[in-house]
Design a protein around this ligand. Structure first.
Ligand SMILES: *Cc1c(COP(=O)(O)O)cnc(C)c1O
Length: 394
């Protein structure tokens, strides 16, 4: 029976009053046939656009063969995915799950378990950063600590030392003999496309090495080609010990993974972790198909080219309309503009001009087109941003 005090759908989202019926490449269509350029990509998920023929084929073929067995048997599609992720990265091993938060849970457990196995169980604390987003489970909201994430959910999981963004002194003081790991997004996504300077990431890596702490890079949003390299840390020239990923890994199908070095993963023996759905044949077939496309010669180069077009174009608009755009941020096709007017107002205006963006903290509007967007698609997006600049700058 319906209680009138609450909608049938738990009202935890404030949704825009628009619904799409189908998608094709970088475009979304509603039932009346009106179309929008998708510059949210399901929040950095549908990296190959909508209904990419190679992904559609992979889903259809696997759906007709085998969807789910269990991790108590071997899964060839899963083994192939693990081999390919390891071959393409710093990692020696990986665990496959269904979401970003689950990948983070695996990372946190792995770091604690490592020190437990080293005979130093008191070394269980994890240093994190203000403004971070690592997911919505109790451990991941406790790790990020943002007021909106934790309000009313006490008691939180203990063991996180949250340091202010950009406060080097606080960070140096926080990493000590009880620090199991440092956990950071190399570019804060939900936090407003805040890029951690290369020198800071290198300094964090160095301090972890000096103190023996593990470095966990949360590349759930920055990973899988979004910034113009398969993973963002490749551009910085550092490597993590543990790296949770998800979002674009399945191109729209729910898949996550936690990648790690042999050393970091050494405590994760049989029975220490698991997942019913994680690594199922259907999900892995899709993730393998995503990799087929992303690892193709020239794919990431194309992302870098269109990234330069998008961010360069936004910089140009900021110069011409300083009363509209305060700042341009990002790398590759992970672009953000800090707007002068409220970002929600910008999002509504952009939709009116045929573009669907996604907002972030710090009054930022994120512009995350599919990595397969054409130069014409990006130009359409920039025209819409310019139209809004003209409106709000008066
Ligand atoms: C989205 C996101 C997560 C959480 O992923 P879910 O799939 O929503 O659980 C974690 N970390 C970062 C950086 C993210 O952007």
């Amino acid at each position: 029976m319906q209680n009138q005090a609450i909608p049938t759908l738990l009202p935890v989202y404030q949704r825009a009053d628009v619904a799409f019926e189908r998608g094709e490449g970088a475009w979304l269509y509603d039932r009346e046939g009106r179309r929008w350029l998708d510059m949210m990509s399901g929040i950095a998920v549908t990296a190959l656009g909508h209904c990419h023929p190679h992904l559609v084929r992979a889903v259809q073929e696997q759906a007709a063969k085998l969807w789910h067995v269990s991790n108590i048997v071997r899964i060839p599609e899963l083994e192939r995915l693990a081999d390919r992720l390891v071959a393409a990265t710093f990692a020696d091993t990986c665990f496959v799950c269904n979401s970003g938060a689950e990948a983070l849970e695996c990372a946190i457990k792995m770091a604690r378990r490592y020190w437990h196995e080293q005979g130093e169980p008191e070394r269980h604390r994890i240093v994190t950063f203000e403004g971070a987003f690592h997911g919505r489970t109790m451990a991941t909201v406790s790790a990020a600590g943002g007021k909106k994430l934790i309000d009313g959910f006490a008691p939180l999981l203990p063991g996180f030392d949250i340091v202010p963004w950009g406060d080097h002194e606080a960070f140096n003081a926080a990493v000590g003999p009880e620090t199991a790991a440092v956990l950071i997004e190399p570019i804060q996504g939900e936090g407003g496309v805040r890029v951690v300077p290369d020198e800071c990431l290198k300094g964090i890596r160095l301090l972890c090495d000096q103190q023996g702490a593990l470095l966990i890079l949360d590349e759930v949003q920055t990973g899988m080609g979004r910034t113009g390299t398969l993973f963002y840390h490749e551009q910085v020239g550092i490597e993590p010990d543990i790296m949770p990923i998800a979002k674009a890994l399945g191109g729209g199908f729910p898949v996550g993974a936690c990648l790690a070095t042999a050393r970091a993963a050494s405590g994760m023996t049989a029975g220490t972790h698991g997942s019913t759905f994680g690594g199922n044949p259907l999900a892995c077939a899709v993730a393998n198909a995503v990799l087929d496309v992303m690892l193709e010669e020239g794919f990431l180069e194309g992302v870098r080219e269109r990234g330069a077009q998008l961010i360069g174009g936004l910089e140009e608009l900021r110069r011409r309309y300083p009363a509209a755009i305060a700042e341009v941020r990002g790398r590759g096709l992970m672009a953000g503009i800090r707007t002068e007017a409220p970002n929600s107002d910008w999002a509504r205006r952009l939709r009116d001009h045929g573009v669907v963006p996604v907002t972030a903290s710090d009054n930022v509007v994120r512009l995350f087109p599919p990595l397969t967007a054409t130069a014409e698609d990006i130009a359409f997006g920039l025209d819409a941003v310019e139209a809004v600049c003209r409106e709000v700058a008066g």
